[in-house]
Design a binder for this molecule. Structure first.
Ligand code: DMJ
Length: 469
């Protein structure tokens, strides 16, 4: 299944009761959470858990995309039979921020020697950009190793046909890295726009403007198709330029990071057009989609033309939006939304993937080791310095460690409402790029990160603010 879809699932009544209870009252800081240790102690714990997961990957799956830590097998993320060493690329800048320099050298050497950017397989533009292009850029910015930038550019050149072969400037979803053949003419917004930042940075670093101009034109092509309410739908046909799905489901997938990249792009490049787009579209989302049953903030899904409600589901992936709202200047609303997620975290040992805030029912009871909640913890803490965000991030960390740690590393869960929790068998690459990085930065006072200007991509890649020793 594509990781960004909002799947439909039977409701889980036991868990629903828990959520419904949680949704009516703000719990006291969780009874099950131990006291927050001193920052240095928390950072040491986070580092130890990162190493546990990383060693699990290295032991079984080094050079492959991802590890299945329960069965001790490997997983190809992009295409069966093809590896891009995804977890290595995902971990690279996290290893560097943590000062694990011997591991950084091993990882960068593997990338320079083995990552093949011309494999004869279709890859998803979005996933390749945020994970691999972003990972190589961040690795280059942290280490200064030119080979990483070279590999990044080779790969980006092979992704460009997704843009240049489109009749509408909206990129295709898939491209064959060897042949340049494109496919996937219906694309959700996140996949259309979550390339601005990586491609803009690549243009800046190489002096080759093609990447940025493709990405910028695609972004404009999306925004030009907004409704009279200034709302966007969910997916566009890149050949006809027409909407295929007209529900505005922000901040949920599969549109989430489209909005994020307007803000990050504005910030990184000082681009006022992107800033204007961000404000215009965010105002519309706040006006038509914000919903406060029992006084707690959620975002409903609405038809982009009429503003009428079409759904009340929240995906855990949407939890990043608290941080984005805060960075974009809507701090009070950001706090509200973060607290709605803290309520949900109080109702389950770890966050469920999708629930309906009206009925309180789970739609997807999985936990995919998602990082979005703790991404917002870091953003909100950086902006406010308030202890609430460290406390709740530590609670999130405890939930992960207590329930998703296995001898071979960390794994996803099949069902967070069962006791003991029914586990799955995968360590997603983003665990190395995101969850542990956000937690570490929260507690470690990391000397290699500029906390004032540092800027991370949607995949947690360090795009600005690397302090080289
Ligand atoms: C990550 O790949 C990125 O955060 C992306 O923007 C959406 N989701 C996954 C992790 O949940």
């Amino acid at each position: 299944m594509h990781p960004r879809q909002l799947p439909r699932r039977r409701s889980v009544l036991g868990a629903a009761a828990g959520l419904a209870t949680a949704a009516t009252t703000l719990p006291a800081p969780s009874a099950r959470a131990a006291a927050l240790p001193a920052d240095a102690a928390a950072a040491t714990e986070v580092l130890a858990e990162f190493r546990h997961a990383w060693d699990g990957y290295k032991r079984v799956a080094w050079g492959y995309d991802e590890v299945r830590p329960v069965s001790g097998t490997r997983h190809d993320f992009f295409a069966p039979g093809h590896t891009f060493g995804l977890s290595i690329v995902e971990a690279l800048d996290t290893l560097w921020l943590m000062g694990l320099d011997a591991e950084v050298t091993l990882a960068a050497d593997w990338i320079e020697q083995h990552l093949d950017p011309a494999q004869d397989t279709d890859v998803q533009l979005f996933e390749m950009v945020i994970r691999v292009i972003g990972g190589l850029l961040a690795g280059y910015l942290c280490t200064g190793r030119a080979g990483l930038l070279t590999r990044c550019r080779q790969l980006a050149d092979r992704l460009l046909p997704a843009f240049t072969k489109s009749p509408t400037e909206l990129p295709y979803r898939y491209v064959n890295l060897r042949t340049g053949a494109v496919s996937g003419e219906v694309s959700p917004l996140a996949e259309l726009g979550t390339n601005l930042v990586e491609f803009g940075l690549l243009s800046r670093l190489t002096g080759d403007g093609r990447y940025w101009s493709c990405a910028k034109r695609a972004c404009r092509a999306v925004v030009a198709r907004r409704s009279s309410l200034d709302l966007l739908g969910t997916s566009l046909n890149v050949e006809t330029g027409r909407w295929e799905d007209t529900a505005s489901c922000a901040p949920n997938p599969p549109v989430d990071s489209f909005y994020e990249y307007l803000w990050v792009g504005a910030e990184l490049f000082g681009d006022d057009e992107l800033r204007g787009f961000y404000r215009l579209l965010t105002d519309a989302v706040l006006r038509y989609q914000a919903d406060r049953p029992n006084g707690h903030l959620y975002f409903r899904q609405v038809d982009y033309a009429s503003g009428e409600t079409t759904g009340t589901e929240q995906s855990e992936l949407g939890a990043f939006y608290a941080g984005l709202l805060a960075k974009g200047g809507d701090l009070a609303t950001a706090r509200e939304y973060y607290r709605s997620w803290s309520l949900t975290l109080g109702a389950y040992p770890v966050l469920p993937e999708v629930y309906d805030y009206q009925s309180g029912q789970l739609r997807t009871a999985r936990n995919d080791l998602r990082p979005e909640y703790v991404n917002s913890s870091l953003d909100l803490w950086r902006l406010t310095g308030e202890a609430e965000f460290k406390q709740s991030a530590y609670r999130y960390f405890q939930g992960m460690r207590d329930h998703l740690r296995v001898p071979g590393g960390y794994t996803v869960a099949e069902d967070v409402s069962t006791s003991p929790m029914r586990l799955g068998d995968l360590t997603p690459g983003y665990l190395f790029a995101e969850n542990f990085k956000y937690l570490y930065l929260l507690f470690a006072a990391a000397p290699r990160f500029d906390y004032r200007t540092g800027l991370l991509s949607t995949e947690g890649k360090l795009l600005r603010g690397a302090v080289r020793p």
